[in-house]
Unconditional design. Structure first.
Length: 173
């Protein structure tokens, strides 16, 4: 039994993480199941916010639903630059972030507040990331591959790691 005591904190963390992650993924997939072959509301909302930000800067931008598949066409100044699909909402990242925070948290109230605040921060950061990526694809299409596959994923995951460290150091005993 002493080996169990030794590894209890680690096993508890893993159990809480897996349980939270599975529950959140099941809920999110249930939501997505209502949108077979059509764009879900969250993706539509992300497209609307992204377009609105570009319009604040006086740019002619549209995010139009794609007729043949779920997603949106991002059109900047009349140029089709990217698709915004369900994966662009950052929900999978938010789910992973939340599962970690809940698994690591010591105090329910602090943990839930940080999980909610961090999820909102990730959502906002992700919107800004999409805006910057879209502009980069519009202005410098030759950098599409490195921007979409390396730089911009590193930004979102780096932000999540920053939030995790912040939680561990500042908000968790």
């Amino acid at each position: 039994m002493s080996i169990f005591k030794t590894y209890y904190p680690t096993l508890k963390f893993i159990f809480k993480f897996v349980l939270t992650y599975v529950i959140l993924v099941v809920i999110y997939n249930y939501y997505l199941s209502f949108f077979q072959n059509q764009t879900d509301y969250l993706t539509l909302w992300v497209g609307k916010i992204v377009s609105g930000i570009y319009k604040l800067f006086g740019m002619n931008v549209q995010s139009i639903p794609i007729k043949t598949e779920p997603g949106l066409k991002l059109i900047i100044q009349g140029q089709y630059v990217a698709r915004i699909v369900e994966g662009c909402t950052a929900m999978s990242v938010i789910i992973m972030f939340t599962a970690f925070i809940i698994s690591f948290g010591q105090h329910i109230k602090k943990t839930l507040i940080f999980a909610l605040a961090g999820s909102v921060a990730i959502f906002v950061f992700n919107i800004l990331r999409i805006v910057l990526l879209g502009y980069l694809l519009y202005a410098f299409p030759q950098y599409q591959d490195v921007a979409h596959r390396i730089i911009f994923p590193a930004l979102i995951y780096g932000f999540v790691v920053f939030l995790w460290i912040l939680f561990i150091k500042k908000y968790n005993d």
